[in-house]
Design a protein around this ligand. Structure first.
Ligand code: TTP
Ligand code: MG
Ligand code: MG
Length: 453
């Protein structure tokens, strides 16, 4: 950001930020009626598994995203531990994004469950109330939108923040989670921020927090006591200016609809279905390193890391995650790629894996996020085995010839236990089968994308 620019913050609260509550877990509770109102943990269930998310019932026991599943089990042993079903999350996400795009042409998704919407250019024909961007009017609109989200998702709740900038809208959506709405009246932004920890500012990670702590700065109010020059001396040019401006709620970043971003990607196809997660992670790590090398050669860096996975049945899935600032670091790309893989159900076997980076930055070119030492990782030798085994992972969708659709409750010792229920049924019965019972098959909804690739 140029040194002397003074961002022009909007005079009205017209940036909306929406984030679904306990997203993966909420989708699981929707599709598995017996789990509604109960602690649910979604993530890797193996020895090195990590929690993707937990239902609010499980959060009461201290279970959090990115915690090891082992620790989550210790904190909340009676929770249902499920591997993710990406197809269901993507489908739900698409319904929400479609709804948001019906509101405004300017929708900027940040992840599967989260987006900014620019209400200043909202479709007035669909939402006539919005011609007026007053606080009561955007409040009524946001409540209406939250109800619509519940409708299109089959009952999921979303938390929404509306404010005069992206920064404040995102802060606001988090204030009353879950199922909350906070509208920040224009003019009150700084009062809202002052008591908050400096970590509320995007890009302020552990290293910056520590540097600020050493000079006695904990809150945004503390930050305001430092001059721009002091902040630049402390944190460097880009970070210093950025923090100085954001501490005063000066954020004029526009809401940008998804653009055709340049991307760099690498992929590999395999003769035999891969089922070994460790092997898949090693392959992704290698691909991430290749992608990083190409990015650096081209002088590019990107914020969005995407993995592509083709399953044994040729369903092609992609999963992406967006960093707060651009990267070309192999370890960062690899780490993110592996995390993304953790959310996919690959139990049926994988035929193709790929990693890509896209989304060139529109702000803060310096690596605010890259506070960890981030050098090339040791690359393991990767050998691809010539056989594969089918597995029943907890939470996966199945269909039984007689009993119909259900989900895997657990498996082991040659037995798989299934609960027969779907979003449309009441809580259903539990039955056990031999793992190789020919009557039992994996179930996946037909998707239009399957034909594309
Ligand atoms: P979040 O919106 O950060 O979290 P959430 O929706 O589960 O909970 P809430 O918003 O109510 O606090 O992330 C959206 C989804 O992204 C989350 O459901 C699972 C996935 N995710 C991971 O896989 N790993 C992570 O570390 C995080 C934070 C999220
Ligand atoms: Mg969320
Ligand atoms: Mg989110």
């Amino acid at each position: 950001m140029p040194r002397d620019s003074v961002p022009r913050v909007r005079a009205v609260a017209s940036v909306l930020h929406l984030d679904l509550d306990a997203f993966f877990a909420a989708v699981e509770q929707r599709d598995k009626p017996s789990l509604r109102g109960k602690p649910v943990v979604v993530g890797g269930v193996g020895g090195r598994g990590v929690v993707s998310t937990a239902s609010y019932e499980a959060r009461r026991y201290g279970v959090r995203s990115a915690m090891s599943t082992r620790e989550a089990r210790a904190r909340c042993p009676h929770a249902a531990f499920l591997t993710g079903r990406f197809h269901a999350y993507r489908d739900t996400s698409e319904r929400v994004m479609r709804l948001l795009r019906s509101v405004s042409p300017l929708v900027e998704p940040l992840s599967l469950d989260e987006a900014f919407v620019d209400l200043a250019v909202a479709d007035h024909a669909t939402y006539p109330g919005l011609t007026d961007l007053s606080v009561p009017s955007v409040t009524a609109f946001a409540e209406h939108l939250r109800a619509r989200v519940a409708e299109v998702t089959g009952g999921l709740t979303a938390s929404v923040g509306v404010a005069s900038s992206k920064f404040l809208a995102k802060v606001a959506s988090d204030l009353d989670k879950p199922d909350g709405l906070v509208v920040v009246p224009p003019g009150t932004e700084r009062d809202l921020l002052r008591p908050m920890s400096v970590t509320v500012i995007p890009g302020v990670g552990p290293a910056t927090t520590e540097r600020l702590r050493r000079v006695g700065v904990h809150t945004v109010a503390d930050l305001e006591t430092l001059s721009e020059d002091e902040l630049v001396r402390l944190l460097g040019n880009a970070n210093g200016h950025w923090l100085f401006q954001l501490a005063q709620a000066q954020d004029d970043r526009p809401v940008v609809a998804e653009r055709e971003a340049k991307s760099v990607s690498v992929e590999g196809t395999y003769d035999h279905d891969l089922t070994d997660r460790v092997l898949m992670e090693q392959l992704l790590t290698r691909q991430a390193t290749d992608v990083a090398r190409r990015l650096r050669k081209a002088g590019l860096s990107g914020r969005t890391v995407t993995i592509k996975v083709r399953l044994h049945d040729f369903t092609t899935l992609s999963r992406s995650s967006t960093l707060p600032s651009p990267t070309d670091a192999p370890a960062t790309i690899a780490r993110l790629a592996r995390t993304l893989l953790a959310d996919l159900d690959t139990s049926g076997g994988v035929r193709l894996l790929g990693v890509g980076v896209s989304g060139l930055a529109d702000w803060v070119q310096e690596d605010l996020f890259g506070e960890t030492s981030d050098d090339e990782e040791e690359l393991p030798e990767v050998e691809i085995p010539h056989h594969s085994r089918r597995a029943w992972t907890p939470g996966m969708d199945v269909e039984h010839a007689e009993m119909g659709r259900g989900w895997v409750w657990g498996s082991g010792r040659g037995v798989v236990t299934v609960r027969f229920e779907t979003a449309e049924t009441p809580a259903g019965p539990v039955r056990s089968y031999a793992e190789d019972d020919p009557e039992l098959t994996a179930w996946r909804p037909p998707t239009p994308e399957e034909e594309q690739e």
